[in-house]
Design a protein around this ligand. Structure first.
Ligand code: HEM
Length: 96
């Protein structure tokens, strides 16, 4: 999970402190990404189950149900992706 080689919780706290932010946004975005990933996986499995039952095409709400969680994953995932770069950029500017 520590693919960036840094402690995300510590990095998040450092950022939050530096910003004077009372809420730890980075931590919450990561939690949202984690739990929405599970919801997304459930909707994809539901699609396969509906298809495997072989009673024609599943209803459209089943077919399209992964799209909302996927959109949330994209937004929160992009946030998580740029986070280390933004943190680095900010700390670089501050000490400069
Ligand atoms: C749609 C575009 C997505 C983007 C841009 C994205 C991006 C990311 C990034 C940057 C991280 C943080 C990696 C790290 O530095 O630790 C992450 C974590 C993760 N992603 Fe995604 N992701 C996407 C979709 C998904 C999907 C479809 C799933 C699973 C169904 C998923 C499951 C996870 C999980 C479980 C984590 C670990 C979260 C944690 O720390 O607990 N993501 N993702």
């Amino acid at each position: 999970m520590e693919s960036t080689g840094q402690n995300p919780a510590a990095a998040a706290q450092t950022t939050a402190k530096a910003e004077g932010a009372p809420l730890n946004w980075n931590k919450w975005i990561r939690q949202i990404h984690r739990w929405v990933a599970i919801a997304f996986t459930v909707t994809v499995i539901a699609n396969f189950v509906a298809l495997a039952r072989g009673r024609g095409m599943p209803p459209p709400w089943v077919t399209y149900s992964p799209l909302l969680p996927l959109a949330l994953l994209l937004v929160t995932g992009l946030y998580l992706f740029v986070l280390p770069y933004v943190t680095k950029w900010r700390s670089g500017r501050r000490t400069a």
